[in-house]
Design a protein around this ligand. Sequence first.
Ligand SMILES: [Zn+2]
Length: 161
Amino acid sequence: MMAKSHMVVGGASWVLVAAAAGMDPLDPQGIALAVFGALLPDIDHPQSWAGRKFRLISVPLAALVGHRGVTHSLLATLACLLAVLWMGMEAMATPLVVGYLSHLAADTCTPSGVPYLWPSRRRFTLNLCRTGSAAEYGIVTAVAAGAAWAAGVPVEALLPN
Ligand SMILES: [Zn+2]
């Protein structure tokens, strides 16, 4: 999916989790961390937002494992969680991991799918939309609207300007 879609789905996922946990769903720090987490898995693509920010990581990673390899797995999600905890940033862990997992879930909608169980090469896909297609925008808008409705927040808070 496109970076903007991952940002919206990441924010929407966090708003849902925060509301369910009795926290302020529109706390800007939580949303920002979830959006950041939702952009991280594409660090394996040098042209992505995260890939351009961290070229020292993205270029060798893309050469070694290719796009949608290890960074799109449950193992990488766990590694991300452990790294945040190791750095003593417990408060950041939940929104970051929620955002990260939202990225994997969103990419599962595309035909290429996601290798959740990497190093197993098996990819899981729902095959609902191609990246950048009108169907992708429809799904992302529906996710944002559904999350906003369920969390009781205005949908405008979840959509980019
Ligand atoms: Zn991705």
